[in-house]
Design a protein around this ligand. Structure first.
Ligand SMILES: Nc1ncnc2c1ncn2[C@@H]1O[C@H](COP(=O)(O)OP(=O)(O)OP(=O)(O)O)[C@@H](O)[C@H]1O
Ligand SMILES: [Mg+2]
Length: 327
């Protein structure tokens, strides 16, 4: 695992100033827009299921939460918090990143009870690219949201390295989401009034050990589109901005929920190539949910979910290049 250095306190306070300035700028530029955001999480870790527009939100929790109240941003970040530093774990090529045992998630009560996860057992390892397949309603998104600290399980074990996600304080979960996890959703959730570079800068301004936004955009082959607004970009390019935004903080884990679901084949492959490159070059544990069984070929490991459980899994002896896929 990469060692990340906490920012010195002086730098941190400068960073807070920059964040405040950036937030103010975003607020002013975005106030007349609707966000079009899809799934997100509020400061207490509850998943917001509705699609963008104006989001009821407790803006007193953080300045960025205030932006959400105007339907603007996705992040919730207590700016003055120290970085979460997981316990050092054993090094090696197959270091376990996630430990999942008997994970259950029940939504609703009584007759309305839904067992979205019904006892998932799973280990996820450093540097893997894992494809998660399963029919609609099988619990894929629920599992991903639990891994990413967006949602909490009802019962079972869920650990990220030595960090117990089931008993974590909300502030630790927030740091975990901020520092360790990059999310990519089917709909890109970019802020329409910010350029590609500014959408990524939104994260790099607050991340612990970010790469420059330009580098992140270069990684997804968008170095020539830095100053374009989302409306001036194709769907695939917007999704690649979302990938750049997710990886610019150098997360340990990249969680992708149907990242090509809204794209045609050709564009989808370009997006998959970007994900593949991040996984390969940064060594980021990457989990990709898809309905597209063809994508299984690009994985190290393929896990099938059914009725909230792992039905089966298999390992590919050779990973297919994303560019070779077709569907
Ligand atoms: N917030 C919620 N409240 C109640 N039930 C929920 C909630 N979120 C998910 N569910 C239910 O949990 C089950 C699993 O949902 P989930 O979204 O994880 O499925 P999925 O495998 O991602 O499906 P899809 O492929 O359609 O996205 C479904 O029956 C769903 O209706
Ligand atoms: Mg889903």
């Amino acid at each position: 695992m990469r060692e990340k250095k906490p920012a010195p306190s002086g730098a941190f306070s400068n960073r807070r100033c920059r964040v405040a300035q950036l937030n103010l700028r975003i607020w002013l530029r975005s106030i007349t827009y609707h966000s079009g955001l899809k799934p997100s999480a509020n400061a207490s870790g509850e998943t917001i299921q509705q699609h963008g527009k104006r989001i009821a939100f407790d803006s007193s929790r953080s300045p960025t939460a205030g932006l959400l109240a105007a339907g603007v941003a996705v992040i919730n970040l207590p700016l003055a918090m120290e970085p979460l530093t997981p316990e050092p774990a054993a090094r090696g090529p197959r270091r376990k990143v996630f430990h999942v045992r008997g994970l259950t998630k029940v939504y609703g009560l009584g007759l309305a009870e839904v067992h979205a996860l019904a006892g998932v057992d799973l280990d996820l390892f450093e540097g893997e690219l894992v494809v998660l397949l399963g029919p609609s309603g099988s619990g894929k998104t629920t599992l991903l949201n639990n891994l990413g600290g967006l949602d909490l399980p009802t019962a079972g074990e869920l650990r990220y390295q030595d960090f117990d996600l089931t008993t974590a304080e909300e502030s630790d979960l927030t740091r975990y989401r901020r520092d360790s996890v990059g999310f990519i959703f089917q709909f890109y959730n970019l802020i329409p009034s910010l350029t590609a570079r500014e959408n990524v800068a939104l994260i790099t301004e607050i991340a612990r050990d970010p790469m420059p936004p330009e580098d992140a955009l270069q990684m997804v082959n968008l170095g020539a589109r830095l100053d374009h607004f989302p409306a001036q970009l194709s769907g695939g390019e917007q999704q690649r901005v979302a990938i750049a935004r997710a990886i610019a903080k150098r997360p340990e884990v990249l969680l992708c929920d149907e990242p090509t679901g809204a794209l045609d084949v050709r564009t989808g492959i370009v997006v998959l190539e970007a994900i593949e490159r991040v996984n390969r070059d940064l060594g980021t544990l990457t989990v990709v949910i898809t309905h597209n069984a063809v994508m299984a070929d690009m994985a190290d490991r393929v896990i099938h979910l059914s009725d909230g459980r792992v039905l089966n899994e298999h390992r590919n002896s050779v990973r297919a290049a994303a560019s070779s896929l077709n569907w």
